[in-house]
Each structure stands twice: as structure tokens, then as C-alpha cells.
Ligand binder design. Structure first.
Ligand SMILES: Cc1cc2nc3c(=O)[nH]c(=O)nc-3n(C[C@H](O)[C@H](O)[C@H](O)COP(=O)(O)OP(=O)(O)OC[C@H]3O[C@@H](n4cnc5c(N)ncnc54)[C@H](O)[C@@H]3O)c2cc1C
Length: 563
């Protein structure tokens, strides 16, 4: 079935976008080679164990939402050793809780906040292309904060990191709100029924699924095995150094190993490399090749990455005893902690046979979602802490948070600090370098794979799949997709888009806005070009006027009510 070779493709990067492209291409009979700078696949989504007997760790825990069409479609096509598929490794939906207001989110929002939010959501949903570009350049905080109560805004803002992965400082109005809208588009899986080994369930809230084991064990290991079975060749520890072009065509690429460089030639080249990595490759390429197209692309990536990396530091806490947790499958957003910490209990969500590390009976995973606000223990933000200080600061914030400790006490009768004698493990993702790890420097924490994030400065510079170079294709969550938010789904969609460009296929499942939103968008484009307000505002004004006219008509034809 996979024997007939259609042509050769070199895919650079083995994150979700690279593996998605490789999957589609291999199935269509292309000869695919994947070159990856790191020793393992999965990119920023992978998990890792230092040795097989170490505790698992990842850059961050991750969720899979009802709009993950391309991701789920691929997962269903990856077999696992137990005769099922990767898709079956997903949990039932998780239930986000907030430490304030006994875990409720919407309950915290006053009616005025709900109405303000509804109008903002409607405006973004109905916006045409031009206004969308404008909303993507407007800072979400600047736009939304004055329209909401202080309390409501604080609660909503605390979801930026945990839900959308965005930074409250730089997130655009469009990205924050489109993240909500995308859950409800006509082809969303919301309200669809699913079946797992325990019976039927349906996705009926904004809740997301997570894997039942560390991400690489659940997804990337079986994926690479499946792709190898289809003939895909993997070259780890071999990163792209530069691209060589002639007449707007790539004729070779240079790949780095530990001790030498070698050329890689193929019919097509897919760049599934993170934006910061791609920027470096293009800079290297133009230093020896004066191609106009490469220079243009190098400028584009320079602009795309102008805000620098987004810093979210995840950590794991292991206990030698199994503790219960506030709720079933429940990540908790500790919205009033300085670092906007989220926590969840991995061992509750993972299969019981997953090895958690030496003597570890309970493994909790957390993320410090905000890196620039000083913590209350050392008075320093995440970016200025040493590794030891980071640990102490996190434990301090968890110990003092009233809402979090109320939830813990309610469930197990103990506060967080009462669990600390049982803590035997505290770890952060291996590739973080803290300030004190780098002799002679006093600047920010750094990481080998910097996290990209959508911001007010990114949308105009997002690369499309096709490039000015005829056999060079872009993939990655940062490229332009219908998903439009840097995520695993955008990465999966982008990989399939690149493959479709090469094969002439049609594998991408788009986020379908539906006829109503598309029609409103067309009207809004006209309104925007005339300098008029959003189509939603025009409709609201129209409705108010009609109500007024009906009331006046009623008043004058029937007279004022008689007392
Ligand atoms: C902390 C954190 C939390 C997240 N949470 C979620 C979540 O809950 N839900 C969600 O959907 N998304 C989440 N995301 C986003 C999601 O993980 C990414 O959008 C997605 O994994 C990106 O995949 P990618 O293939 O585009 O890029 P990457 O994963 O960055 O893959 C690029 C690959 O290219 C390799 N590479 C780099 N340079 C070179 C080179 N020169 N040559 C060869 N290879 C190279 C890299 O090593 C890497 O393996 C999160 C991301 C982070 C960092």
C-alpha cells in the first residue's frame, strides 16, 4: 500500500506539524525523511524521562478541545500496541475550577460583565477580514478591562494563560475572543457523543480532554513507530543549518550533526520548525545566499518573533502518599496567586499502571502562567528567580492561597503546607536555564525551545504554507491556518496543509464559520471600508430603534396607560 514513491520530501522538525505532514505524505506514497535537531520527537509538546525509572516531565501539561478536528483525525489513524488508537488514550473532559468562589467561573461574573462579554464575543465573531486584522492588533486588556467590572476582569484575565496559553500583557482582543468562539463553530465537536471503554459520554461544556499517560508515551512514541512502519526515515540530533536556493527553488539544504555538516536534497522541503528556529535558519541562509525571497522571509520571521519568547514555567510535585484532589479530572486555576498558577493531579488522570518515578504515589503538575509579576516571597518575577528560589516561591504561593487551601481542606481535611512533609520530588522541565545556572549573567530565564505565542504583533507576519520559493513549504502552529491560534490543532492543520500543497490533496478539516457568520463578515467588510461600526453594533442600534418606534406607535395609537 505504501510502496509507490511519488517523490521525495525532507521535513525539518518533528513537532506535531512535522509529524502531521510526514503522516499525510507517507500515506500518499511519498519518500519522507524527517530531520530533528533534538534527540526526540514531539517538539514543545513532548514528555520526557531522564532515565526509564525517572518521573515523567513535560514543558507543560496540555488539553485537547472540541475544535481539534485535524488532531483527532490523525490520532484515530495511529495504532497503539493494545490494538486501539492514540485517540483512545484521551480522557473524558476535564472540569476546570477556579480557586475563588468555590471553583465556579461564570458565577463570579456579574450580569453586566456577562452582557459586556457577550457583545464583545458577537463583535469578534461577526467581524469581516479587515476588522479582524484590526482586532488582532488591539491589546485585549486595553479593550476589555474598561468594559468589565474590576472583579470580573481579574477572573477572566486569569484564564489567559491556562486556557489560551496567551500572555495577558500582549494578547490581542481577536486571539482571546476567537479562542472562545472556535469552540462553538458549526463543526465543533461540542455536544457530540463519544464512546470509550466505560460507555458513552458527550462533550457538553468548555471542558477539554487530556491524555491518560505522559504525552510522548501516549502519542509521539506510537506515532513515530507507525510512520517508520510506513517507511518514513527519522534523523534525530540533526538540525537544519541553512537553505540554498537558485532561481527561487531550493536545490539543497545543509544539516548539522554534532561534528559535521552534510547536504540534504529532496524534491520538496517542509519547514516545520518553531518560529525562533526558523528565524535563525533564514539568517544563516541569507549570510551566504543573497536570494531576494530568502531575505523577505528572514524579515518576516524577524517581525513575527519581535516580542521574544513567552515564558510559562511548568513544574511537577511528587508525594510519597496518594492524596485526593478537589474534584474529579479537575485542573484548578489559582487565579489570585501572583504567578497565576494552575495545578492538576496527573496520577488521577493517568492510567494506574503509569510509572510515576521512584516512590512517587501522587504526581501533581503545575504551571506558573505569568512570568513578569513579582512573587510575594522574594519580591521577584519568575524571570529573575534562581531555580531554588522558584521552587520556594511556588510552594509559598500554594501554601498561602486561601481559595486553593479551602478546596484541599474540603476534600481531604489538609492544607497544602500539611502535605509538604510527604513531598519527595520537585522538578521543572529539563531545558529551562535559570539565571544562576549561567555564570556571569543576570538576565532572564531561558530555554532551548522558546515558546512562541500569538500577540498584537504577530498576525500580519504569519507565514502562509506556500512561500515565494516554489518547492519550500511552511508548517507549524505559528503559520496561517483556519484554527488561527497557536495550538496543537493549528500545528496539525498546518502539517496537513503543507502535505496537501505537495500532493494536491484535500486532507485539511477547516474551522467552518458557517453561513451566518460568513454573511455577517461580508457585510462587516463593507461597513469597515466605510469607516462604520461593527455589524453587531449596527444591528443592535437597529433593534433599539425598532423597539423605540413600536413603543411610540403603541403609545400614540393606544394612549398612555390609564391609572
Ligand atoms: C508551555 C506550553 C503549553 C501549551 N499548552 C497547549 C495546550 O494545552 N493545548 C494546545 O493545543 N497547545 C498547547 N501549546 C502549544 C502547542 O504545544 C504548540 O502549538 C505545538 O506543539 C507546536 O507544534 P509545532 O510542530 O508547530 O512546533 P514545535 O513543537 O516547536 O516543533 C518544532 C520542532 O522543530 C525542531 N527544530 C527547531 N529547529 C530546528 C532545526 N534547525 N532543524 C531541525 N529541527 C528543528 C524543534 O526541536 C521541534 O522538535 C502549549 C505550548 C507550550 C510551550
Amino acid at each position: 500500500m505504501y510502496q509507490k514513491k511519488q517523490g521525495s520530501v525532507a521535513v525539518f522538525g518533528s513537532g506535531i506539524s512535522g509529524l502531521s505532514a510526514a503522516h499525510e505524505l507517507a500515506e500518499k506514497g511519498y519518500e519522507v525523511s524527517v530531520y530533528e535537531k533534538l534527540p526526540e520527537p514531539g517538539g514543545v509538546a513532548r514528555s520526557y524521562r531522564q532515565t526509564p525509572s525517572s518521573a515523567p516531565s513535560e514543558y507543560s501539561w496540555r488539553g485537547y478541545g472540541p475544535f481539534y478536528h485535524n488532531t483527532f483525525n490523525l490520532m484515530k489513524r495511529i495504532p497503539t500496541d493494545n490494538g486501539r488508537t492514540v485517540y483512545d488514550n484521551l480522557s473524558r473532559p476535564i472540569n476546570f475550577a477556579f480557586t475563588k468562589n468555590k471553583g465556579k467561573f461564570i458565577g463570579e461574573l456579574q450580569w453586566s460583565d456577562r452582557i459586556a462579554l457577550a457583545i464583545i464575543i458577537a463583535r469578534v465573531a461577526a467581524a469581516g477580514d479587515e476588522r479582524t486584522a484590526y482586532y488582532a492588533s488591539v491589546n485585549a486588556t486595553d479593550y476589555m478591562k474598561p468594559r468589565m467590572s474590576q472583579r470580573g476582569w481579574k477572573q477572566f484575565e486569569s484564564t489567559f494563560g491556562p486556557w489560551t496559553g496567551l500572555s495577558p500583557k500582549r494578547a490581542s482582543l481577536y486571539h482571546v475572543i476567537f479562542f472562545i468562539i472556535i469552540h462553538f463553530l458549526p463543526n465543533s465537536q461540542l455536544f457530540l457523543k463519544h464512546r470509550d471503554r466505560d460507555g458513552e459520554w458527550k462533550v457538553d461544556t468548555l471542558d477539554w480532554s487530556v491524555f491518560n499517560k505522559p504525552t510522548s508515551e501516549a502519542w509521539f512514541d506510537p506515532w513515530v513507530k507507525h510512520l517508520e512502519n510506513m517507511g518514513v526515515k527519522f534523523y534525530f540530533n540533526q538540525g537544519l543549518h541553512s537553505i540554498q536556493t537558485n532561481n527561487n527553488k531550493v536545490y539543497s539544504t545543509i544539516v548539522n550533526t554534532d561534528d559535521h555538516q552534510y547536504p540534504v536534497k529532496a524534491d520538496h522541503y517542509v519547514m516545520a520548525i518553531s518560529p525562533f528556529g526558523m528565524r535563525d535558519v533564514l539568517e544563516e541562509s541569507i549570510s551566504s545566499n543573497n536570494s531576494h525571497s530568502l531575505i523577505k522571509m528572514a524579515n518576516q520571521f524577524e517581525n513575527l518573533t519581535q516580542d521574544g519568547p513567552h515564558i510559562q514555567v511548568s513544574f511537577q510535585i511528587g508525594f510519597d502518599k496518594q492524596f485526593s484532589w478537589p474534584g474529579e479530572r479537575q485542573p484548578v486555576i489559582i487565579s489570585d496567586s501572583e504567578f497565576n498558577i494552575t495545578m492538576y493531579r496527573q496520577d488521577e488522570l493517568w492510567d494506574s499502571d503509569i510509572y510515576l518515578g521512584p516512590d512517587i504515589k501522587s504526581l501533581w503538575s503545575g504551571t506558573a502562567c505569568v512570568s513578569y509579576i513579582p512573587g510575594s516571597l522574594f519580591g521577584k518575577p519568575v524571570v529573575k528567580l534562581t531555580k531554588v528560589q522558584f521552587k520556594e516561591e511556588i510552594l509559598h504561593q500554594l501554601s498561602k492561597d486561601v481559595g486553593f487551601n479551602d478546596l484541599l481542606r474540603e476534600k481531604m481535611g489538609k492544607s497544602f503546607s500539611q502535605l509538604l512533609p510527604n513531598m519527595i520530588h520537585f522538578d521543572v522541565w529539563k531545558n529551562w536555564q535559570f539565571t544562576n545556572d549561567r555564570v556571569g549573567t543576570n538576565d532572564s530565564i531561558t530555554i532551548i525551545e522558546p515558546k512562541y505565542v500569538d500577540s498584537t504583533n504577530t498576525r500580519p507576519h504569519q507565514p502562509h504554507t506556500a512561500t515565494p520559493i516554489s518547492n519550500l513549504w511552511m508548517a507549524g502552529g505559528h503559520t496561517r491556518t483556519s484554527t488561527d491560534i497557536w495550538s496543537m490543532e493549528a500545528a496539525a492543520e498546518s502539517g496537513r496543509r503543507a502535505a496537501d500543497m505537495i500532493t494536491g490533496g484535500n486532507s485539511v478539516i477547516i474551522q467552518d464559520k458557517g453561513i451566518v457568520l460568513k454573511s455577517l463578515g461580508t457585510v462587516d467588510d463593507v461597513l469597515y471600508s466605510m469607516g462604520m461600526p461593527n455589524v453587531v453594533d449596527i444591528l443592535l442600534i437597529f433593534i433599539v430603534l425598532v423597539c423605540l418606534i413600536i413603543s411610540l406607535y403603541w403609545y400614540y395609537t393606544r394612549g398612555p396607560p390609564k391609572s
